[in-house]
Write a protein that binds this ligand. Structure first.
Ligand code: SRM
Ligand code: SF4
Length: 554
């Protein structure tokens, strides 16, 4: 491991005394809504980001006021599941302590924005009372483990789903800092008790992401994760998992050393003990060999490419003490969410409402948040999040379906979902303005209106029913996975986007830049032309992404 020229963040982690820093003192300073820069880096490991309202920067600066600081908090929900009681708790917490909007993320969990410094402790206490926490949902550590969302896909779903929780537990940090700072747990005197053989004192070089998919659905975009686990089911039995390593999407405009990469399948493991050992040791390799001098090049994808896949596999086998088997055959067919009512093999029902960009709030004519509260109050379904910023109301008994259907009808959710176009139902946008400090352009506040202008173009070309996967981000970090979309918009400057084309429906191909730095007029002109050719020349059932590649547009 290179111990020279360590990044500032490396030094902050090392000096933090188990991620404590001076967070507890900073909370008491009511002269500012912010915390120190060092603590801003550490508080991420506790699931929070310090932000400010970017819409109000100028106004605040003109009045010589400090920025309007607040925090975003993200829940740890391996596999993305909440009980109705937990949903009600989140509903209340969001209303009392944050902006009120419940935001489903692209990684099967939820975020709340606008949390003032003074409200952090009560919020975490309320989470804890609901048996929830935000540990390690941000920072240089393993993040929320995601898992195929749709329970109707396979009778083995529950068995596979349990691995999300097991892996999350396996890779939790040992420090008690979270409990001490936020939940007033007594300080442990013997520091040996929280020694962390996995993370030691510098944690990982960078964030680390793990996903589990159950073919044929790849709704969690498995190959964009540092580790992707593909459940192999033969004759109705879970045989084990193929392991893919080195996925990751972020790039930096103007930095050719950065690139998006899909994970490479390196082998197969059978049995829980072996799987957990493999996951753990992949993390230790990244801990020991990941780049700690340049955070732009610190993700596992760069470690894998720097050292080579063969080297990586050998090193892993030597650390595990056993060899990987050859990968088993598998096939993904799609990544979409299945909207509306669906029944699984056990006869239980599921309902997926259309939720634009994962934002749950009450809007004029569309009281989604109230509807979901009324649903939760019945206690008759689970709340299961998807990697496409959606929610499945899950495990509804046949005798309860009518009651929930009536609530969905009363609040207009059935009609809203039925009315949404295919392109909208397959679209995602990241948060971007007004809270994301890294946003160069709008995303979730803009994509809905842009889609409103693309829909007539689709109608004109007879393409309204096409399931074209469209994703937009406000910067090249790629939080809505735009590089794996058929049409990807990546913000370059306010009102301007690179247009990417060529992703597939299975999530096994990255797209490429087709045109750079387009404004809205240029985007619509380009799409009108491209979709016109697509409608005339495509083969039956050919997707827009496949067609873009066949035509050589990218
Ligand atoms: Fe992300 C940073 C939002 C999924 C790649 N991401 C951020 C921050 C925290 C900005 C910051 O660092 O201050 C954004 C907060 C915005 C806000 O106001 O809420 C942010 N990322 C999101 C979410 C909420 C987007 C959404 O609308 O759903 C997603 C939360 C997922 C979760 O629950 O954990 C989110 N971020 C992703 C994904 C997609 C995924 O993981 O499947 C990616 C690309 C995949 C990958 O990691 O390669 C992603 N986010 C990044 C990066 C670039 C990381 C890198 O390798 O360089 C950053 C910037 C960073 O880490 O320095 C970032
Ligand atoms: Fe912010 Fe960029 Fe992520 Fe969008 S892609 S949420 S703008 S970091």
């Amino acid at each position: 491991m290179d111990k020279t020229n360590l990044t500032v963040i490396e030094k902050i982690k090392q000096a933090s005394q188990g991620l404590r820093g001076t967070i507890a003192d900073g909370l008491l300073d009511d002269l500012t809504g912010a915390i120190s820069e060092e603590d801003q880096a550490l508080i991420k490991f506790h699931g929070m980001y310090q932000q400010d309202d970017r819409d109000r920067r100028e106004e605040r600066s003109a009045k010589k006021l400090e920025r309007l600081y607040s925090f975003m908090i993200r829940l740890r929900l391996p596999g993305g599941l909440l009980t109705p009681e937990q949903w009600m708790a989140i509903h209340d917490i969001a209303g009392e302590n944050t902006t009120g909007v419940i935001k489903i993320t692209t990684r099967q969990t939820i975020q709340l924005h606008g949390l003032l410094k003074s409200k952090i402790k009560p919020t975490i206490l309320a989470f804890s009372e609901a048996r929830l926490d935000s540990i390690a949902t941000c920072g240089d550590i393993n993040r929320n483990v995601i898992c195929a969302a749709h329970p109707g896909q396979s009778p083995l779903h529950a068995q596979v789903h349990a691995y999300a929780g097991k892996i999350s537990e396996l890779l939790m940090p040992k420090t008690r800092a979270y409990y001490e700072i936020w939940l007033d747990e007594e300080k442990i005197a013997d520091k040996k008790q929280e020694e962390d053989p996995l993370y030691q004192d510098r944690y990982l070089p960078r964030k680390f992401k793990i996903a589990i998919a159950i073919p044929p659905n790849n709704d969690i975009d498995l190959f964009t994760n540092d580790i992707g686990l593909i459940a192999i089911v033969e004759s109705g039995q879970l045989m084990g998992f193929n392991i893919a390593v080195g996925g990751g999407l972020s790039t930096t405009h103007g930095n050719p050393a950065t690139y998006a990469r899909l994970g490479s399948v390196i082998g197969f493991v059978a049995g829980e003990t072996n799987l957990l050992k493999a996951v753990y040791e992949i993390v230790t390799i990244q801990r020991d060999y990941g780049n700690r001098t340049d955070r732009k090049l610190a993700r596992l994808k760069y470690t894998v490419d720097k050292l080579g896949l063969e080297w990586f596999k050998k090193e892993l086998e030597s650390r595990m003490g056993f060899d990987l088997q050859s990968p088993r055959p598998y096939s993904f067919t799609d990544r979409k969410d299945y909207y509306g009512w669906k029944k699984n093999e056990q006869g239980n029902w599921f309902y997926t409402p259309f939720i634009e960009n994962g934002r749950i709030t009450d809007e004029a004519g569309h009281p989604l948040k109230s509807a979901l509260l009324a649903i939760a109050q019945t206690g008759k379904c689970l709340f299961r999040f998807t990697g496409n910023q959606n929610l499945i109301l899950a495990d509804i008994k046949p005798e309860d379906k009518k009651e929930l259907d009536l609530i969905l009808e009363k609040f207009g959710i059935l009609a809203h979902t039925a009315a949404a176009s295919s392109i909208r139902k397959n679209a995602m946008a990241c948060v971007a303005f007004n809270t994301c400090p890294l946003a160069l352009a709008e995303a979730q506040r803009y994509l809905p209106s842009l889609l409103g202008k693309i829909e007539p173009i689709l109608d004109k070309h007879g393409l309204r029913d096409q399931n074209i996967i469209t994703r937009m981000t406000g910067c090249p970090n790629g939080c809505a996975r735009p590089y794996a979309a058929e049409i990807g918009f990546v913000g370059t400057a306010y009102g301007h986007y690179n247009l990417h084309l060529g992703g597939d429906h299975q999530g096994t191909r990255l797209n490429r830049i087709y045109r750079e730095n387009l404004d809205e007029t240029a985007i619509l002109t380009e799409l009108d032309q491209l979709l016109g050719v697509f409608s005339q020349e495509r083969n039956p059932s050919e997707s827009f992404g496949d067609f873009s590649v066949r035509k050589g547009w990218v």
